[in-house]
Write a protein that binds this ligand. Sequence first.
Ligand code: RFL
Ligand code: PHB
Length: 400
Amino acid sequence: MQTKVGIIGAGPAGLMLSHLLHLAGIETVILEKRSREDIEGTIRAGVLEQGTVDLLNASGVGERMMREGLTHHGIELQFNGVRHRVNMHELTEGKSIMVYPQHEVIKDLVAARLKAGGEILFNVDNVSLHDVDKQSPKIRFQYDDSDHELSCDFIMGCDGFHGPSRKEIPDSIRKEKQQIYPFGWLGILAETPIANPELIYSNHDRGFALISTRTPEIQRHYIQVNPNDDINNWSDDRIWTDLKARVETSDGWTLPDGPILQKNIVSMRSFVCEPMQYGRLFLAGDAAHIVPPTGAKGLNLAMTDVQVLQRGIERFYQTGSKDLLDRYSEIALRRVWKAQRFSNFMTTMLHRNFNHSPFERSIQLSELDYVTSSRAALTSLSENYIGLPLEWEAERTVFS
Ligand code: RFL
Ligand code: PHB
């Protein structure tokens, strides 16, 4: 088999890259180890930045999102039992975020790729990368019980944090920087009416809580737990009692409850792989970096990585020049580190660190007091949450 660009992974990064390259007339093949049903049913992100919404619309896959997604103009930050609205719409001159689940974005992208005749091989096994530092790299894999080889000009490692691509960058070149947090998130999907018109991020003595949504009938909420805790220790009753205690307000607001449809615990880390490229291999999305979910940045970063890649690859096929591709890592990492900084800031400000001294706890609450009082701090939080413009990177590089 042969193609121009071989893509490993049909997550948001791989699918969007394939879609954008198709629009530019560049052929790709996606290799995905899971089934279509599996990738279309996995519950993950919920918040799309303005730039991601614009990208989905501009590339012709935003129609269902605009119909079914929920546009939010702000969020609420809660501490000491009091809520403070962050009017992001006003503070960012009219921008907003969209609550539209990741698996719906996946469904829309898979449908668009297949409709356009795009090639996605699901349920592939034993993917391995070869000759990534040569002109013609190869991906070997098993599909339908037989061995295959895909020759391409470039390999895109869009295979998430646990995929094989990252390790193809030699140890002598690859630097991995990370921070593990002593926090986990217990996430639930519950059948209740919408709890609040906007997301609530609450810092409480018992730990952080987040109130989010999916549809008018299904809600998504999280509570901070020990990352090593077992989900079996958390009965539905215990979850509701804890969640309610963490988001109730001094003026008597309470959280509606209902049947819990799904629950799980995820741990939290910040991780960056530098560089994000080697030879003809390029990493995008979670394959190269992980952010803790408090800043809602992971999927959005995947989307900006692939926009940078698309421009570099397009230039290569139009002009034969690799200049932009050669600078992919430098351009993408500048943005990645800004998102890391913001995600770390949100995580540190909002979670309860049970190792903290009373002094550190008071500093944390004072930071929340400052952030919710200062227009400058609120503007900074808003522009980061809504998403910094990709043009910032463009202006300092030969990008357009
Ligand atoms: P993905 O989504 O992990 O996709 C990688 C794909 O590669 C496949 N794969 C392989 N295929 C072939 N061969 C192999 N050997 C392979 N190994 C892996 C996998 O099966 C998979 O299909 O990575 P991608 O595309 O980089 O996308 C990243 C996002 O999924 C991730 O950053 C977000 O979910 C993070 N995230 C959030 N991001 C946001 O922007 N906004 C949010 O509100 C938000 N909330 C969240 C989140 C992540 C969470 N969890 C579960 C960690 C909330 C949570 C709780
Ligand atoms: C979600 O709805 O899943 C969600 C929302 C905001 C976050 C993280 C996850 O910061």
